[in-house]
Design a protein around this ligand. Structure first.
Ligand SMILES: Cc1cc2nc3c(=O)[nH]c(=O)nc-3n(C[C@H](O)[C@H](O)[C@H](O)COP(=O)(O)O)c2cc1C
Length: 200
């Protein structure tokens, strides 16, 4: 289970995995078997997509695979340096055009986001922790990771075993407070409109 526990203070009943998911910046230093990641990618594979195009692709490295891990970690911004301590980094790519006709797929990022969320929820349900990031050099990712032109670099994700109370105690007070901070969302009535958009 993720530590610390920060269940969403949901107003209506929701699936427990969704309720417990959050984005920690501290992980246990335990390594992650590449095989364990396969289940997460398998979950991503079964996401829905427009015309079943499956535009998502993943470039990953586990921390014990030093050469590949440092290539991915080297892309992170300073603000995301915490992710260098995760057990695995995953870059999420999205194929821009449909394979069957070469036309632009307007849902390529939308569908790849769905796959990423499947991966994230599978991680939480397998007692792992994950955190998505946009703070990395996406331009350099294209060259460093040899990404073909018809793919867009969408996001990165750090995955690992959840931190323990000891891991949190080692943190500077401000970083510890950040991990313990509560979670917030817009209220449901600001997100849903019955029938049509209101005059706001
Ligand atoms: C596409 C995307 C990019 C994000 N980029 C970053 C990032 O660069 N650094 C970071 O610390 N968190 C990043 N986050 C995490 C969000 O800040 C986090 O999901 C949001 O604050 C909600 O918190 P929760 O996931 O704990 O519920 C990103 C999340 C998403 C979905």
């Amino acid at each position: 289970m993720l530590y610390p526990k920060k269940p969403a203070p949901a107003d209506y009943p929701i699936n427990e995995v969704i309720r417990q998911r959050w984005s920690p910046r501290v992980f246990s230093d335990k390594l992650l078997a590449a095989e364990k990641l396969k289940s997460l990618f398998e979950a991503a594979r079964w996401a829905p997509s427009s015309r079943n195009e499956q535009p998502w692709r993943f470039v990953y490295a586990t921390r014990d695979d030093r050469e590949n891990f440092s290539r991915l970690a080297g892309l992170l911004t300073e603000g995301n340096a915490w992710a260098e301590k995760s057990a695995a980094l995953i870059v999420i790519l999205a194929k821009i055009k449909f394979t069957h006709n070469g036309k632009k797929n307007y849902n390529y990022m939308y569908d790849s986001g769905a796959a990423a969320e499947n991966l994230f929820l599978e991680a939480v349900s397998q007692e792992l922790a994950a955190h998505e990031m946009i703070g990395f050099d996406r331009q350099r990712a294209k060259t460093d990771l040899a990404v073909p032109d018809d793919f867009q670099v969408a996001a990165m994700m750090a995955v690992g075993y959840p931190a323990t109370p000891k891991d949190l105690d080692k943190l500077e007070p401000d970083l510890k407070a950040r991990e313990l901070a509560g979670r917030q969302r817009l209220p449901l009535d600001k997100l849903i409109y019955k029938g049509k958009f209101p005059n706001l």
